[in-house]
Design a protein. Structure first.
Length: 432
């Protein structure tokens, strides 16, 4: 819902996950009136001059993707605590009284939930807030049996592994590449919708997706031709009209049937279906260990860490190269349009110059021999065309006259038929 401009502004300020969560629970008639409001909030967040000079917990510090224009330093206390994930707006004052929330080192108590405070001055239980409102980027080692979703149900979710404050933050954390319930490994969570789109579905022309590396345990021994089939780019999955892109397959341990697979796309159950397509069956275990420059490393199952500045720099450098490709494509198109405009202008100038020379060389009553000959040929062609048109006009007139005659005959036949019917009706009446 909403215009492309509003969507772009919301993505630029990280508000787009809010609207995506609204789309899951609200009808379109509710979302359409909210679109201008989201756009206004996005523009206000971009235009306001904001700084973040307070100290942040070292584990949660992320300088690369926290530009000052996107991180507010002061807002209403209920909104601040809600965005930090501590409580809802309605329960703000209860949280303030229960956890002794104060302002500044002097311990000033809050008088209203609408009171504006600075993030750096907020104290919860006498301690400063451990992190600011900058977007979070988390690397999580997903264990077996957890579901990648925000919806609460009978299954455990990956957000149950995070502190409650992080799981409840606004905008909500988005999942960059979901994993099935029985698949383990690397999952990236972020509050930056633009970064999420860059990792999952980069849409710029000439860009390529971040590759994803998996370690699998096959159900059956390897045949030996899996690597060539994966790299051929002709492997077609069941129910898919288009073949898979070339992928990497490397056997790590033949005895334990362990292999490494690197994909550059993300189709539904792609690893399982590709292994089944080569005749090996569904793998016993699947573990994702890398997404582009972000690796799982020594992170144990159920643990998490923040994405490092180096990893974020590598991801954004990837995006920068794509931006350069798009910029060069636009520049080349602009140069092509400029060359075409110059050719047209040159052609028009040459035509005007030739017409000017023609008018200067011959007066209005003087004609060259070639021009007179061309004029005579034109007149003769017109005469021939008129003579050819006359027989055709006569034939057309005869055809129209014949059609009118046949029409009159049909009308007379119809009249006679009606007269016979009337006579028969009168005869039957006299008999009755």
């Amino acid at each position: 819902a909403g215009s492309m401009w509003g969507r772009a502004q919301c993505m630029a300020t990280g508000i787009i996950p809010i609207r995506q969560s609204l789309c899951a629970c609200a009808p379109t008639t509710v979302l359409l009136p909210l679109t201008p409001l989201l756009a206004v909030v996005a523009v206000s967040a971009q235009q306001s001059h904001m700084t973040s000079s307070f100290n942040v917990h070292p584990m949660l510090r992320c300088r690369y993707t926290t530009p000052a224009a996107r991180v507010p330093t002061s807002m209403r206390v209920d909104k601040l605590l809600t965005h930090l994930g501590y409580c809802s707006r309605d329960s703000t004052m209860n949280f303030v009284r229960k956890h002794n929330v104060t302002v500044g080192d002097s311990g000033e108590h809050l008088k209203s939930r609408k009171q504006h405070v600075k993030v750096a001055d907020l104290r919860i239980g006498g301690k400063p807030v451990p992190y600011d409102l900058s977007p979070l980027h988390i690397v999580l080692h997903k264990p077996n049996g957890y579901v990648c979703t925000h919806e609460k149900g009978e299954h455990k979710t990956v957000f149950d592994l995070l502190p409650r404050e992080m799981a409840n933050r606004l905008p909500a954390l988005g999942i960059c590449g979901r994993l099935d319930k029985w698949v383990t490994g690397l999952v990236i969570l972020t509050q930056d919708g633009q970064l999420q789109n860059q990792i999952i579905t980069p849409k710029r022309q000439g860009s390529k997706k971040l590759d994803k590396e998996y370690i699998i345990t096959a159900r059956n021994p390897f045949r030996g031709d899996e690597a060539s089939i994966f790299a051929s780019g002709r492997l077609t999955l069941k129910g898919e009209p288009v073949a898979c892109l070339p992928a990497t397959f490397e056997v790590l341990d033949q005895a334990e049937r362990r292999a490494r697979i690197v994909l550059v796309e993300g189709k539904y159950h792609q690893v399982r279906r590709m292994m089944a397509a080569v005749g090996n069956g569904v793998p016993s275990t699947i573990k994702r260990v890398r997404i582009g420059p972000v690796s799982l490393g020594d992170l144990k199952e159920g643990e998490w860490r923040m994405v490092t500045d180096e990893e974020l720099s590598a991801i954004h450098a990837w995006g920068k190269s794509r931006a350069e490709i798009e910029r060069s494509r636009r520049q080349e198109a602009a140069r092509s349009r400029e060359r075409e405009l110059q050719r047209r202008q040159k052609r028009a100038a040459n035509l005007e110059r030739m017409m000017g020379k023609k008018q200067d060389s011959s007066g209005p009553e003087e004609e060259t021999g070639e021009e007179a000959e061309a004029e005579a040929e034109t007149k003769s062609a017109r005469q021939v065309k008129r003579e050819d048109r006359r027989p055709r006009e006569g034939e057309e007139e005869e055809a129209r006259e014949g059609e009118r005659e046949r029409e009159r005959e049909r009308e007379g036949e119809g009249e006679r038929e009606r007269e016979r019917e009337r006579e028969g009706e009168g005869e039957r009446e006299r008999e009755r």
